[in-house]
Design a protein around this ligand. Structure first.
Ligand code: SF4
Length: 380
């Protein structure tokens, strides 16, 4: 399959690995920002093929995982209201809120529907003018443009019974927060290629220079990851800290101008809370005032939300790269994809789900050394 098979070529992977092994002279800790990259790394065992000196740390780039519990609880509250049709991508339905999830709301009579595009939700709104239709708009710079376009269309077409529950987040402020954290061990970043295909790379040179950290825009296939690691390690060994684009087949330096224009029209930057991490200044988007009538939080005025995270869930530490999923006592026992305590076990981009899907049998087979192999050649 074009653009997939050739980026999984074992002989080329071996060559890249040989180069990395030949380059490394001392320990380096790299963070892959995106949960999709984490899954590629764990699924293909890339971390186990790298030199022991190269540690890959999981980043917070899983959109489902970082959506704050308060927003999940607001979604549950709105979806429970009579007359509401609540639309979402499927991966949000099993994300635990305080005490229940959207599947539970649906089983209790709520009209919760899985859609494949925010425009599907707009169609539902047109077909049901006597109902309130809400779309759950979460995610990074990748999902924000279609959501912005949908709100733009709703306004243009005069569809007033549509609204967006917004929880969009942005990558560069998260990198800034990670670098400013006293516990930060990250020395180089594999930036999320799909985010840069929308946003371009303009925000990164200043970050790289100020924190003296290499940032390599990286794709999602195994060779993409290896090339991202190779370039990052090469910079670190040379004492460099620049921005490189290792995903040029998808990323132009200027990004996607049409998507950027839509984002600028519909959203404005705001502070945003990240689940398990806290508020990061300027790390999110909200609807601009001229689109406020389409803001579900404004329309439904949900108040009195009291959130409560499960005490045993350590997903906040997992999201900050401070803990490997298998180091959480609940991993694979009380917390599984069927009985998730945290969003990182639910999401198809969550680090806990990646470990459970691809590595739990290895971990069970080697109970005496549950963390050492992962730390010796850790995961991104
Ligand atoms: S394994 Fe489960 S309980 Fe532990 S951090 Fe991950 S999601 Fe939370």
């Amino acid at each position: 399959m074009k653009y997939i098979d050739e980026f999984q070529d074992p002989a080329l992977a071996r060559r890249l690995l040989d180069e990395i092994h030949a380059t490394v002279t001392r320990p380096w800790a790299l963070m892959e920002v995106c949960g999709g990259q984490t899954h590629t790394i764990i699924r293909h065992g890339i971390d186990q093929l790298l030199p022991d000196q190269v540690e890959l740390i999981h980043g917070p780039g899983c959109p489902v995982c970082v959506t704050p519990l308060e927003v999940i609880d607001k979604a549950l509250e709105i979806a429970s209201r009579p007359g509401v049709i609540f639309c979402s991508f499927g991966d949000m339905l099993r994300v635990p809120g305080t005490g229940r999830d959207l599947f539970r709301v649906r089983s209790e009579g709520g009209d919760v529907r899985v859609v494949y595009s925010p425009l599907d939700a707009l169609t539902i709104a047109r077909q049901n003018p006597d109902r309130e239709v809400v779309f759950f708009g979460i995610g990074f710079e990748t999902t924000a443009p279609p959501n912005a376009m949908t709100v733009h269309q709703a306004k243009k077409l005069g569809i007033r019974n549509f609204s967006l529950l917004v929880s969009h987040v942005r990558v560069p402020p998260a990198i800034e927060a990670i670098m400013l954290s006293p516990s930060c061990r990250v020395q180089g970043f594999l930036a999320a290629g799909h985010v840069c295909s929308v946003m371009g790379v303009a925000e990164y040179p200043e970050l790289a220079a100020r924190h003296r950290v290499p940032i390599v825009v990286t794709g999602f296939e195994p060779l993409d990851i290896l090339e991202g690691v190779r370039r990052t390690v090469r910079q670190l060994e040379r004492g460099e800290h620049t921005v490189e684009n290792a995903y040029a087949r998808a990323v132009r330096p200027e990004g996607n101008p049409a998507a950027l224009a839509m984002l600028a029209d519909v959203f404005e930057v705001t502070d945003r809370a990240w689940r398990g991490i806290g508020v990061i200044p300027g790390s999110g988007w909200r609807l601009a005032d001229r689109y406020r009538e389409f803001d579900a939080e404004h329309r439904f005025q949900v108040t009195g939300i009291t959130t409560q995270e499960p005490a045993e869930c350590r997903s906040g530490e997992v999201l900050q790269g401070l803990l490997k999923p298998n180091e959480c006592a609940a991993f694979g026992t009380v917390c599984t994809p069927r009985t998730p305590l945290g969003a990182t076990m639910v999401s198809s981009e969550g680090a806990c789900a990646a470990y459970y899907l691809y590595r739990r049998l290895d971990l069970q087979a080697a109970p005496a050394a549950p963390t050492t192999p992962l730390e010796a050649s850790p995961v991104g």
